[in-house]
Design a protein around this ligand. Structure first.
Ligand code: GLU
Length: 286
């Protein structure tokens, strides 16, 4: 067996749609073509939005598409201790600070510039007086943010490699002090995904190009935590006949709906492999 390990890492906050199928097939086929392993990781770190029925639906959808994963399904909610350890290490390096701001306060900040992932945190809590900070930590819910400038200074110049883009200099700075642990969830997407890809020995990260900018942050976290850097394959997002993205938030139909209507999942997977969206897809509003 080769050393190639890829993964599909959906968040069970909604049903899978065609875009997910496209991404899962690419990750699966990359591992299978290399005689490697394809892992399934359920990214259920958001207790407010995770639904068990979506976890079950993901497993059924993948089986319906003919995609088999290797080993046990990993659930991030069972791995919170690992993320807490990583956060503790960043705190010990002086690179993480508690943030008490509400979303509304951040949005209202006139200074908030925009980066690739939306509004950039203006740094309000970065330099709080230590006594004020300590008192507020006891009394108020808080997130943890990275001190991006300090983290970049500590890590030095970094790059990563993408199948299409080639060698990419890491440029996480424009995303500002991103969240490492949320007020309402024990860890952020960025930290959990970085820790898990390393812990699971993932060599090849296959995901949509909408997560390209996130990789800059993941590369920085890898450097700070002494973790290996996988090879990245950011693929174009699937578009419909009208050229528009087929994403859930754009109303793409759920795989479960197609499954329930008796569509052939293996045939759908074959069409997606050939770069086509098959006829007979229910309308987006269905
Ligand atoms: N859980 C993320 C999502 O569903 C994807 C994570 C990743 O592939 O890095 O959007």
């Amino acid at each position: 067996m080769s050393h190639v390990i890829s993964r599909f890492a959906p968040s069970p906050t909604g049903a899978l749609h065609l875009g997910h199928a496209f991404s899962a097939i690419r990750a699966h086929d990359l591992a299978r073509a290399a005689g490697g392993r394809f892992l399934l990781r359920i990214e259920d770190i958001d207790p407010g939005r995770t639904r068990e029925e979506h976890v079950a639906g993901i497993l059924e959808d993948l089986a319906w598409l003919g995609l088999r994963w290797d080993g046990d399904v990993v659930r991030q909610s069972a791995r919170l201790g690992l993320y807490a350890d990583a956060l503790d290490r960043l705190k010990a390096m002086g690179l993480a600070y508690p943030c008490f701001c509400t979303r509304a306060e951040i949005a209202a900040s006139a200074a908030a510039p925009h980066g690739p992932a939306g509004a950039v945190y203006p740094g309000t809590c970065r330099h709080l007086d230590p006594q004020v900070r300590a008192a507020r930590m006891v009394a108020e819910p808080h997130a943890w943010r990275i001190d991006m400038a300090a983290a970049i200074a500590r890590a030095g110049p970094l790059d990563w490699t993408d199948e299409t883009a080639g060698t990419v200099p890491a440029a996480p700075g424009e995303q500002g002090d991103v969240v490492l642990a949320r007020k309402d969830a024990p860890v952020s997407y960025h930290l959990a995904v970085t820790v898990d890809d390393a812990a699971q020995g993932v060599t090849d990260v296959v995901r949509g190009e909408d997560l390209f900018a996130a990789t800059h942050v993941h590369r920085l976290l890898q450097a700070l935590l002494g973790l290996p850097t996988p090879f990245y394959h950011h693929h174009p997002l699937l578009t419909g006949p009208d050229g528009k993205r087929l994403a859930k938030r754009d109303g793409a139909p759920a795989l479960a709906l197609m499954r329930q209507r008796g569509m052939d999942g293996h045939a759908l997977a074959a069409s997606l492999r050939a770069g086509a969206i098959p006829a007979g897809i229910p309308p987006a509003s269905a």
